[in-house]
Design a binder for this molecule. Structure first.
Ligand code: HEM
Length: 387
């Protein structure tokens, strides 16, 4: 039967955010270059189009913002590499790549395992536990304080400040006075810590940054980018792991029995329920796709989580399968902006899942009490109660 309801996609629509997959499937089939006239944006939803656009930074610019609410004519002139295009991006990324190394990330493994064990020991069988607030959100924020080399005595207050940066106010959203004040506080703290590291460098990431060619402003902005991009996303992924595995108990049992399957399960989770589903861009020139011309100076949303469910790319895409052989997905982005923290995100998710399954091989999600987080950038759970 043909569908008669008009196709409408608004990333801020809570009902769509809760269950977007049918809308995204229709967009891929009926309007692969979707245009929302009132909100003034275009959206690409097929894997092939999204992955090509992510790589084409000359047409799809990040310098005008990457979130629908903030995309505008004006270039942002930000020192945050996620909001720049080559060649400015190339310079920033090559500088930070020298300090954000594989060695530094791998060295965090024992600490990540210790933090997971410590947090999960508070989850007692039969009792309610908020998997996001008491574990998923805490883990990456604590790891971040360690990665940034925050002194022990400051870690808990800094972690709380990072947490407050993600405070969402009803009807106002994620950009509000509370989150703004916390961002200002963290910026001042990091600037001060950078001054201390410049005077007395150690082996930590901030010491490496102050010794690079980056300006002080760029160092602070990079540290802020890590604290924002590297915490909420991981927490949301662990939330999705909890929900999706509860819906697929046979696969959860398979992971508990054979932890070697966990890295593949993390990739399947990223494809199946990507925590960062929408990447905003601004067109620098007209582009024609599937017979539709997107004019220069347009807002474009690249729906990376729709790409993860594209039947043109993945067989039976709505089936969750931890054994699926995934050659590629775009849930960490693609091209020059490919997630800098992907290795850390994979490490935290793998160890997080290993620890969850070792502590509690089964759990039941209390959907009645659990609460979704609705922001325009990240999809997932704010509170997730499990027994
Ligand atoms: C499951 C967790 C994560 C997901 C799903 C995720 C997703 C993404 C995506 C989709 C992008 C590309 C954005 C764009 O093209 O505009 C990105 C970029 C980025 N991510 Fe992640 N991320 C995760 C974890 C992390 C972590 C743990 C860190 C750092 C510790 C991090 C740091 C960054 C940075 C710095 C960029 C910007 C890279 C650039 O512009 O060159 N992310 N991430």
């Amino acid at each position: 039967m043909p569908t008669t309801t008009p196709l409408a996609y608004d990333p801020m629509d809570v009902a769509i955010d809760v269950a977007p997959y049918e809308t995204w499937r229709r967009m891929r089939d009926e309007a692969p270059v979707y245009h929302h006239e009132r909100l003034g944006f275009y959206a690409l939803s097929r894997y092939a189009d999204v992955s090509a656009a992510l790589r084409d930074t000359a047409t799809y610019s990040s310098a005008h913002g990457n979130v629908l609410e903030f995309l505008s004519e004006r270039e942002l002139e930000s020192g945050m590499m996620i909001l720049t295009d080559p060649p400015a991006h190339t310079r920033l990324r090559s500088q930070v790549a020298r300090v954000f190394t594989v060695r530094r990330i791998s060295a965090l493994e024992p600490e990540i395992r210790r933090i997971c064990d410590e947090l999960l020991e508070r989850w007692t069988p039969g009792e309610n536990f908020d998997l996001v607030q008491d574990f998923g959100a805490l883990l990456p924020a604590i790891v971040m304080t360690s990665l940034l080399g925050v002194p022990d005595e400051d870690r808990e207050p800094v972690r709380r400040t990072i947490d407050t940066m993600f405070h969402v106010l009803p009807d106002v959203g994620m950009f509000n006075d509370v989150s703004g004040a916390a961002m200002g506080e963290l910026e001042r703290y990091l600037d001060d810590l950078l001054t201390r590291r410049a005077a007395d460098p150690g082996d930590d990431l901030l010491s490496g940054l102050v010794q690079s060619e980056l300006s002080r402003r760029e160092c602070v902005e990079f540290a802020m980018l890590l604290a924002t991009a590297g915490t909420e996303t991981v927490g949301r992924l662990l939330g999705w792991a909890t929900v999706v595995l509860d819906q697929h108990p046979d696969q959860r049992a398979a992971l508990a029995a054979d932890p070697a399957l966990i890295p593949g399960a993390v990739e399947e989770l990223l494809r199946f329920e990507g925590p960062s589903p929408v990447q905003g861009r601004w067109t620098t020139r007209p582009v024609t796709l599937h017979g539709v011309t997107i004019p220069a100076g347009s807002k474009v949303l690249l729906l990376t989580s729709s790409a993860g469910r594209d039947e043109r790319k993945y067989a039976d895409p709505d089936r969750f399968d931890v054994r699926r052989d995934i050659d590629h997905h775009v849930s960490f982005g693609y091209g020059v902006h490919f997630c800098l923290g992907a290795a850390l995100a994979r490490l935290e998710s793998r160890i997080g899942l290993e620890s969850m399954l070792a502590h509690h091989p089964t759990w039941v999600v209390d959907h009645e009490r659990s609460v979704r987080a609705h922001t325009s950038t990240v999809r997932g759970w704010e509170h997730l109660f499990v027994r």
